[in-house]
Ligand binder design. Structure first.
Ligand code: NAD
Length: 480
């Protein structure tokens, strides 16, 4: 009998719904069951969230007290980091070390946004006549947070923390494949003293639960981190009520490795940017544009570095590439590699599941490097969401920037050079919400995480997130 988890609805832990199994992708075993929330549950959650918002217990609390609760939640998240990380690693397949990093980042995000609680200020605006004009920055209201499976707890907290800091109430929906860490974390939120109904976690099918949350007329804002097709659905559903959305969607990050780059450092950063989390990252650096003089040595350096990335179950010592999240995800990755090869790409490393019989039940994929592809190759254009790197030479930096920009996505791109002027010019000209120079990938709770083009709308993290979760009211006073 596997563990039956409950979802958090209107302040109650509820499990009397049809159950869905949750797997450990490294072994294929069922590790828990979760209730399948439905459309009625969403309606009940929205009503409870509205009541919690209107009760003023949270939004008009002394903001310093709200900050203390978020700080306590951060401390509890850190105190339970090992437990949360183990759950995350078992449910998602990622390594324990990666899962630990995710949980620590979530705690750091809570600490950062706790600091914002009492710093959301309005303005006074000079206007003609005997008047006073000022703005109020007020919480957005009832907010929905739809979360993907690749960084389940970290990406949930990334959008929940600023919403709570702003005084909003929150309904979060984890991905069906990976609900466990967020459910466990919500227990810590209760312990930290979050009033009832301020945070709810609904499990269940994306189209039904996420779809209803996006379309609900009493939801004031929706944050989705997920794929482009889901982003289109969420935006379309939200449009009917003019509900604002933040969408953090896919990516196809490119590195530009200039002729003066530090090859060893670049190879390390490139591997980190594509093999971490088994490549299941929106901001993965899945394309490398390398100066033609360095093409062969860079491919060799990346191959040598990749040799140190041991594959295996996430909880095993020394493992750096865990299982992909599901067999379906592996099939999709290997299918795209196959398509790329049919279109002319050459596999110089990996390209398959590992031969190790011990790993046969899991969803593992070898670190893979492709060369000899053109800019229209599927592996160059499509988001693979696996440990697959495509490498292409360039003759001059302007061409490299054009090739990097020749993508429907614009999330994170990287530049490797010792020349300051080249670095900043390329950063200026790349069409992406984020650029990283001489390291990859990196972000902080205080810096905007934002995509251009089909990578999304709006920004998570930093002060930009606080703007989304508050709204401006202008007040004009006639003093006469
Ligand atoms: P997904 O779009 O399949 O699912 C994301 C979430 O949306 C899940 O909770 C899912 O249940 C829900 N959902 C599914 N259909 C829905 C609908 N019709 N209406 C509302 N919600 C719905 O994405 P995924 O497979 O979980 O995650 C991978 C994708 O997420 C990749 O494309 C990746 O690039 C993207 N991603 C982006 C970022 C970022 O910050 N830009 C970060 C991580 C992942």
């Amino acid at each position: 009998m596997t563990d039956v988890q409950s979802m958090l609805l209107a302040g109650n832990w509820v499990k009397d719904r049809p159950l869905a199994p949750v797997h450990d992708p490294a072994t294929g075993q069922v590790i828990a069951q979760v209730p399948q929330g439905n459309r009625d549950d969403v309606d009940a959650a929205v009503a409870a969230s509205r009541a919690a918002f209107e009760s003023k217990e949270w939004r008009t609390m002394d903001p310093a007290q709200r900050a203390r609760i978020l700080q306590k939640l951060a401390a509890l998240t850190n105190a339970k980091a090992a437990e949360l990380a183990l759950l995350e690693s078992r449910n998602n397949g990622k390594t324990l070390k990666e899962a630990m990093g995710d949980v620590r980042f979530a705690a750091w995000t809570l600490e950062y946004f706790a600091g914002w609680c009492d710093k959301v200020e309005g303005r006074t605006i000079p206007v003609p006549g005997d008047r006073l004009d000022y703005t109020l920055q007020q919480p957005l209201g009832v907010t929905a947070h739809i979360v993907p499976w690749n960084f389940p707890v970290q990406l949930a907290v990334r959008s929940i923390a600023p919403a709570l800091a702003a005084g909003c109430t929150v309904i979060a929906k984890p991905a069906s494949l990976t609900p466990l860490s967020l459910l466990a974390w919500a227990k810590l939120a209760e312990e930290a003293g979050l009033p009832k109904g301020v945070l709810q976690i609904l499990t269940g099918p994306g189209a039904e639960v996420g779809g209803r949350l996006s379309a609900h007329p009493d939801v004031d804002g929706v944050s989705l981190t997920g794929s482009v097709p889901t982003g289109v659905e969420v935006m379309r559903a939200a449009a009917a009520n003019i509900t604002p959305v933040t969408l953090e969607l896919g990516g196809k990050g490119a590195h530009i490795v200039c002729s003066d780059a530090d090859l060893k450092k670049a190879a390390k950063g490139i591997c980190f940017g594509i093999f971490m989390n088994a490549g299941q990252m929106c901001w993965a650096g899945s394309r490398v544009l390398v100066h033609e003089s360095l093409h062969a040595p860079l491919v060799e350096a990346v191959k040598a570095e990749a040799a140190g990335w041991k594959i295996g179950p996430g909880q095993e010592d020394g493992v750096r590439i865990g299982s992909m999240v599901s067999q379906g995800q592996r099939k999709s990755v290997l299918g795209l590699v196959q398509k790329g090869v049919e279109q002319g790409a050459k596999v110089v490393l990996g390209g398959t599941a590992p031969a190790d019989a011990r790993l046969a039940a899991g969803a593992f994929v070898e670190p893979t490097i492709l060369t000899d592809l053109g800019a229209t190759n599927a592996c160059w254009q499509e988001e693979i969401f696996g440990p697959v790197l495509s490498v292409m030479p360039f003759a001059n930096v302007d061409d490299a920037v054009k090739l990097a920009n020749g993508s429907q996505f614009g999330l994170l791109n990287g530049v490797w050079t010792k020349d300051l002027s080249t670095a900043h010019k390329v950063a200026r000209d790349l069409q992406s919400g984020m650029v990283s120079i001489n390291e990859y990938p990196v972000t902080f709770p205080q810096t905007p995480f934002t995509g251009w083009k089909k990578s999304g709308i709006g920004a998570e993290q930093g002060r930009d997130a606080m703007s989304f979760y508050t709204r401006t009211k202008n007040v004009n006073v006639n003093l006469g």
